[in-house]
Write a protein that binds this ligand. Structure first.
Ligand code: FMN
Length: 268
């Protein structure tokens, strides 16, 4: 009788057991993955910050392979400017500021008027960081963050300008997904080296930079504003020209750069 009342044993291979074990393993695995992601987030953020600093140092010509990036970066003073007025704004936490996030927010960003939106960005932040490189208190160069669409991707980089607010020192992109061998020539030293010495503005104070199709005729009047086209990647090159013209133009860093040009003219 007792034998008959004993509950039948559940087979180890039953559907219920299989489900319990697989759900258990999934739970443990997801907790481990989520825990690792949370634990590694600060490391990832620090590495991203170091990488950004390295690119800024590189475009400024201050990067030394193997040197401590944080130490080298102490030569650079990060300031924020109000893009509309071009004047400096204090009290902004650099670590908390994300220009593209700020652009999307109704309070911290504004819509770019369609006529001014040469890089097709639609919105921009009200504020932007600038990185000032000084040598013994003397301003040597100004580094501006720039971004805009290429053919396949948003290209993000830094433009280094002399304190005259007009002469380019260098251009360096640190993030894009243009095609290797085509659009990614924007990263190659041969193409990048052409930017040093180019003038951003014409006599009319309007941005004149252009990435032309083919090669620059060095004897032409416009050569001082022009860079060679990218073979097989005209659209990426056009994207670079558009984003530089936008960010140096009146809706972006234009007022700030105009103040630097006025200052430089009065120093002469
Ligand atoms: C697989 C593939 C990848 C391409 N990648 C790029 C690119 O990264 N940038 C670009 O401007 N054009 C790229 N192109 C070429 C463009 O589609 C377009 O043909 C070109 O920009 C036209 O101008 P061009 O040939 O005079 O430079 C690519 C084309 C193909 C088929």
């Amino acid at each position: 009788m007792a034998e008959e009342q004993r509950k039948p044993k559940r087979s180890k291979d039953s559907v219920a057991n299989t489900l319990i074990v697989s759900i258990g393993i999934s739970l443990v695995a997801s907790v481990m993955v989520a825990g690792t992601a949370i634990a590694l987030k600060p490391v990832q953020e620090r590495n991203e910050e170091r990488f950004r600093q390295q690119i800024i140092l590189d475009v400024a010509g201050l990067y030394e392979p193997g040197a401590d990036i944080g130490e080298l970066f102490t030569r650079i003073d990060t300031r924020f400017i109000d893009l509309d007025s071009g004047s400096y704004v204090d009290g902004i936490d650099e670590d908390e500021f994300d220009a593209e996030l700020a652009a999307r927010d109704a309070e911290t960003g504004i819509a770019i008027p369609p006529g001014a939106d040469v890089a097709n960005l639609r919105r921009r932040a009200r504020l932007a960081p600038v990185y000032l490189v000084r040598d013994n208190e003397v301003l040597e160069q100004i580094i501006l963050p720039v971004y805009g669409p290429g053919l396949w991707s948003t290209m993000r980089g830094f433009l280094a300008v002399n304190p005259d607010g007009n002469t380019v020192r260098g251009l360096r992109f640190y993030e894009h997904a243009e095609t290797p061998g085509l659009g990614d020539q924007i990263d190659k030293p041969a193409w990048r080296s052409q930017w040093a010495g180019k003038q951003l503005f014409g006599d009319d104070d309007q941005p004149q930079i252009d990435v032309i199709k083919g090669f620059v005729d060095v004897n032409s009047a416009g050569a001082i504003h022009q860079v060679d086209g990218l073979a097989g990647a005209t659209l990426t090159g056009r994207g670079v020209a558009n984003l530089i013209r936008y960010w140096t133009g009146p809706n972006a860093f234009g007022p700030y750069l105009a103040l630097r040009r006025t200052e430089a003219a009065s120093d002469d």
